[in-house]
Write a protein that binds this ligand. Structure first.
Ligand SMILES: Nc1ncnc2c1ncn2[C@@H]1O[C@H](COP(=O)(O)OP(=O)(O)OP(=O)(O)O)[C@@H](O)[C@H]1O
Ligand SMILES: [Mg+2]
Length: 284
């Protein structure tokens, strides 16, 4: 399938930002069993020119699981999402969704970006209805998704009349419009205020449980990673490998505080420090 125009528009910014995300997991990382995995990825190598961005990255996810991907800026997180989304096939390795090798964008994989990237001339309902691949979704599913994200009553609104948080809710509904098995989210809540961010995080957890998608969330926020995720993967900026995999064994609904979450935050912080190149010293 050719990449539809609408999808190219959605990814325009990611394109100029030059994506290159390493997506790998350490050998001893806890992982979904192969027969249970809805997403099964092995990126042997992803290069940009002479540079290796991702190296031997493995990831399996099961339905209803949330995995957070963290790592230094430029280490390759967005690149990895692009490979999984089928938007970049120039790599060694393979991406399997529900047992099928993906070599192009598919309705099996939904995505949400930092900015909502709604089509400004389309209403809320039409933005969801036409989804990301421009394939029409039926009205009752659109209504159900808008109810799921608390946007019932705003179906006819244009994006310019929405707050940032509301627009991101619509983007979440659109990401789920094609009934995907995998939902990719690239820093989805980093542009909203702290309170709205918490509400959107809670909404994402509900959506993942209700729709039983496997959600892979890129974030720079350690608190967000720990609170949202069942597992946190740390991508190494130097090697392009998944350096650490940190389990967050806390039942849902989760409190924001608690010793286990605090311990997970500490481990994520230490993992990030370990996987981030040190800055050169400032000149005297
Ligand atoms: N099309 C491209 N051509 C060449 N280099 C690229 C291209 N796309 C990305 N890169 C490079 O690959 C590396 C990884 O980029 P990527 O956007 O995946 O990083 P990231 O981890 O998402 O960073 P951030 O946290 O800042 O979003 C960067 O050094 C980037 O400059
Ligand atoms: Mg990125």
């Amino acid at each position: 399938m050719n990449l539809p125009l609408a999808l190219r528009g959605l990814f325009q910014e990611a394109d100029w930002r030059a994506t290159g995300i390493p997506f790998a997991e350490s050998e001893d990382a806890p992982d979904a069993p192969a027969d249970d995995a809805v997403l099964d990825v092995h990126v042997q190598a992803k290069h940009y020119g002479a540079r290796t961005i991702l190296h031997d990255v493995r990831l399996r996810m099961r339905p209803g699981e949330i995995v957070a991907l963290v790592g230094a800026s430029g280490c390759g997180k967005s690149t990895l999402l692009r490979l999984i989304a089928g938007l970049d096939t120039a790599f060694e390795g393979r991406v399997k969704v529900h047992g099928r090798t993906l070599d192009a964008p598919s309705s099996d994989v939904g995505f949400v970006f930092q900015e909502p990237r709604l089509f400004p001339w389309r209403s809320v309902a039409d933005n969801v209805a036409f989804g990301q691949l421009g394939v029409a979704t039926d009205n009752s599913r659109v209504a159900g998704l808008l109810a799921d994200v608390g946007m019932t009553g705003r179906e006819r609104a244009l994006p310019k009349h929405l707050s940032g948080g509301q627009a991101q809710r619509v983007a979440l509904a659109r990401g789920l419009a094609g009934s995907p098995r995998v939902l990719l989210l690239d820093e989805p809540f980093s542009a909203v205020d702290a309170f709205t961010r918490m509400k959107l995080q809670e909404m994402l957890v509900r959506l993942v449980q209700r729709h039983q998608v496997a959600a892979l969330v890129v974030t720079h926020d350690i608190e967000e990673a720990a609170w949202l995720a069942d597992r946190v993967l740390v991508l190494d900026a130097g090697s392009g490998r998944l350096r650490h995999a940190i389990d967050v064994p806390v039942a849902r609904p989760r409190e924001r505080e608690g010793a286990t979450l605090a311990a997970a935050r500490t481990r994520i912080f230490e993992g990030l420090r370990d996987a981030t190149p040190s800055e050169p010293p400032l000149p005297p």
